[in-house]
Design a protein around this ligand. Structure first.
Ligand code: UT7
Length: 313
């Protein structure tokens, strides 16, 4: 038995902040942001909407798509570095709010790789037969920890939620291989400050790491199942920077129209970026039954994760 994604969902806040809006906040330009990152606009959650509110909406969307009832969930895993509060966890809050009466719940913290860590954790519980339906959510309200005076970082991030229901699928479908990794020595390149709770990043160092790691992990997961780059039909990379995403796409030889580019409209939404991009591509009918899809992410930690999955149930 394999574990696969049997439903996807997402939610983005209504408020749009364009690059031109950013020009009024810090010394930057639409041209710089577009050419250096590919970002055109991002979404910002209102003050009365916290991380769990974003997650709740994405969860409802994914459950509906999967045709799974909240009371049939065995586990809820929420990947986030911007929880409402340290505890109770966002997943605990959702367990109650969704009415997931029998679900265990915990949050996963692996920065932008969090959804990948959650997804691969869910896979273990499904494949060992312990659980049948696991809801995995990636969600961030990064605007809470963004330093709106630092042009190096504030132009990059946005708020969003993405979700996937993971369940048993037939042997030839679902998550066929994975890779997870971490390199704690890179911690100082991307972290939340202890004094002010704000996000700090050495963009150039993270960039160097990401352009090496994303293509490498993508190739590794495909090789693990005895296939090669040419067999990849669709690429959903972490939506941090179009230049990093392009490095992975070109290494795999995937055509431009077969890579999700939600980064343009939402910026970098950390844990939410991969499930959000996946959900959008699925809703647009771009991912077809039997497509070999690679999901690949990297982030603070440093951390990374990738899966090769055969789409379908
Ligand atoms: O989710 C994982 C987390 N993060 C990432 O994936 C980020 C990875 N890194 C990146 O995406 C890129 O490194 C950045 C987009 C952050 C920066 O692009 P870059 O091509 O690496 O630029 P840079 O850091 O080398 O900076 C180039 C110049 C600098 O000016 P000087 O020192 O050369 O005069 C910056 O001060 O661009 C300047 N700059 C800006 N200018 C206008 C930095 N931010 C801005 C800005 N507007 N917003």
């Amino acid at each position: 038995m394999n574990a696969g994604i049997i439903g996807t969902g997402h939610y983005v806040p209504e408020k749009v902040l364009t690059n031109h809006d950013m020009e009024k906040i810090v010394d930057t330009s639409d041209e710089w942001i577009r050419t250096r990152t590919g970002i055109e606009e991002r979404r910002i959650a209102s003050d009365d909407m916290d991380t769990s509110d974003l997650a709740f909406r994405a969860a409802e969307d994914a459950l509906k798509d999967a045709d799974v009832k909240a009371e049939d969930l065995d586990m809820i895993l929420v990947a986030t570095v911007t929880p409402d509060q340290p505890f109770p966890s966002v997943s605990n809050m959702l367990q109650h709010r969704l009415g997931a009466t029998k679900a265990a719940s915990m949050d996963v913290a692996a920065a932008c790789s969090g959804f990948m860590y959650g997804l691969i954790t869910a896979k273990q519980f499904i494949e060992n037969g312990a659980y049948e339906n696991v809801l995995v959510i990636g969600v961030e309200k990064l605007s809470k920890i963004t330093n709106w005076e630092d042009r190096n970082t504030c132009v990059l991030f946005g708020d969003a939620a993405g979700a996937a229901v993971v369940g048993p699928v037939s042997d030839d479908k679902g998550i066929l291989s994975f890779e997870l990794g971490s390199e704690g020595s890179g911690g100082p390149h991307l972290y939340q400050g202890k004094e002010d709770d704000l996000l700090y990043m050495n963009g150039r160092e993270v960039f160097k790491f990401a352009v090496r790691q994303m293509p490498e992990s993508s190739v590794n997961v495909v090789k693990k199942i005895g296939l090669s780059e040419q067999d990849v039909d669709y690429l959903i990379p972490h939506q941090a920077n179009i230049r990093i995403m392009e490095a992975a796409r070109q290494r795999l030889g995937v055509p431009e129209e077969k890579m999700a580019t939600a980064v343009k409209r939402y910026g970098n939404t950390s844990s939410a970026s991969i499930p959000l991009a996946l959900s959008e591509e699925v809703k647009a009918g771009k991912i077809k039954e039997n497509d070999l899809v690679v999901l690949v992410g990297f982030g603070g930690g440093l951390t990374w994760g990738a899966v090769a999955l055969r789409w379908g149930k």
